[in-house]
Design a protein around this ligand. Structure first.
Ligand SMILES: NC(=O)c1ccc[n+]([C@@H]2O[C@H](COP(=O)([O-])OP(=O)(O)OC[C@H]3O[C@@H](n4cnc5c(N)ncnc54)[C@H](OP(=O)(O)O)[C@@H]3O)[C@@H](O)[C@H]2O)c1
Length: 375
């Protein structure tokens, strides 16, 4: 197991090395909770659960770090735990080849969805049998913990999943541990019941942070922070922060949120659905006020924004040769967004996308103009 976690000193040294030796732009990096973090992170969601994709992700992670990226995002359920395991192998290679140390890298993972072990069961019955044997017979889950037949966030379940993630990644400490789409639980519960579960999960995660197994925690969401306050799936950031503060005071470790943001999903910057005090505001602004770090997922809408973008986007980002780069540049230039995740399972995509690291983000006015212009 690799000891340590991302530190201010080592992440700053990582950035300085890439700026000096490879011409990475100073503006590529920003300070996130004292760490120096690249504006583009590597995501590991898509792809088949097979050995070929494992090898491809392992090489992509190594290439990404060589080119100046240092935030890596995964989840235990991605590719049936194989994404975490591919990252684990890449981390060993990076240390062995003296490319980067554990302390230079920000490792983020998530727990919530059932995480199959290396392959997906073939039939619905195989799934049920596997869940029964793995979680119910062992007492890790009670039937009532499960939402939509696929999701849980009870303390015993989180303990089991965090231990597995640490093993898969081969590290002593995860830098950011997210509850994965916690809004899934709202399908079964009223708000009071949901908040009770959130509190139990946060208490567990505070315990793990105090013990050094994680550094911070958060909520990685799909609809929750983008929905209208009247929606069943809606998450209030202020309410979540209040729960964390109630459990652990101002030093609570609930410090990260992740949500989709891209040229076609603009809610986090434009939709005033989050109340802070007596005012409604978009999520990015609310997070800034509440001292929460924002990470964007689906930066190119799972590949769909890598082609056929309107001419106005090309005009806004002169000099960028592809729609994928224009989409990523839009995200990494958005105010109050600390890092934008791009799924990159193949090294050629890493090389193309990390070409942006040599350029500064666009001026904030460019993003503001586009936010007004886009439908
Ligand atoms: N609820 C959640 O917590 C949640 C939800 C979604 C995503 N996420 C996180 O956010 C990350 C990013 O989102 P995502 O992976 O869903 O979608 P994405 O980043 O919008 O798109 C990834 C897809 O785009 C392709 N791609 C990458 N660079 C490209 C380029 N230059 N030209 C053309 N295609 C390119 C990738 O191909 P290759 O893989 O073949 O390189 C992959 O198929 C995820 O990987 C995951 O870590 C979290």
């Amino acid at each position: 197991m690799l000891p340590g976690f991302a530190t201010p000193e080592f992440t700053a040294a990582f950035a300085a090395r890439h700026i000096q030796e490879q011409g990475v732009a100073t503006g590529h990096y920003r300070t996130v909770r004292g760490l120096t973090v690249g504006s583009v992170g590597l995501g590991t969601y898509l792809g088949d659960a097979d050995a070929e994709t494992d090898d491809s992700y392992e090489s992509a992670v190594v290439e990404f770090v060589k080119l100046g990226g240092n935030l890596i995002d995964t989840a235990i359920n991605y590719r049936a735990q194989r994404s975490e395991r591919s990252i684990g192998r890449a981390l060993k290679r990076l240390e062995h080849e003296a490319v980067a140390r554990r302390e230079e890298l920000v490792l983020c993972t998530k727990g919530g969805y059932f995480s199959f072990d290396g392959r997906y069961p073939k039939t619905r019955k195989d799934v049920q049998d596997w869940v029964e044997k793995t979680f119910f017979e062992t007492g890790i889950l009670q039937r009532d913990d499960v939402a939509q037949a696929c999701h849980a966030m009870s303390p015993a379940y989180l303990r089991h999943q965090i231990a597995a993630s640490l093993g898969n990644l081969g590290v002593d400490t995860i830098d950011v541990y997210y509850l994965h789409n916690p809004e899934t639980q709202l399908a079964n519960l009223d708000r009071a019941g949901f908040l009770k579960r959130v509190r139990a999960a946060f208490e567990t995660l505070e315990e793990y942070a105090a013990a050094g197994a994680i550094r911070w925690y958060g909520c990685a969401t799909w609809n929750g922070f983008r929905a209208a306050p009247t929606s069943d799936e809606y998450l209030s950031l202020e309410e979540l922060v209040a729960a964390a503060r109630d459990i652990a005071g101002d030093g609570h470790r609930f410090r990260f949120v992740q949500l989709p943001f891209n040229l076609a999903m603009l809610e986090a910057a434009r939709f005033a659905n989050q109340r802070v005090g007596d005012r409604l505001m978009p999520l990015f602004e609310a997070a800034h006020r509440l001292d929460i770090t924002c990470i964007a997922s689906a930066s190119i809408l799972q590949g769909k924004l890598a082609q056929e973008l309107p001419e106005a986007i090309a005009e806004a980002f002169p000099g960028l040769p592809s729609d994928a780069l224009r989409s990523i540049q839009f995200n990494r230039s958005a105010p109050n967004l600390d890092c934008t995740l791009v799924g990159m399972g193949r090294a050629p995509h890493v090389v193309e996308n990390m070409g942006l690291a040599k350029r500064p983000p666009a001026p904030p006015e460019t993003v503001k103009r586009l936010l007004l212009k886009l439908a």
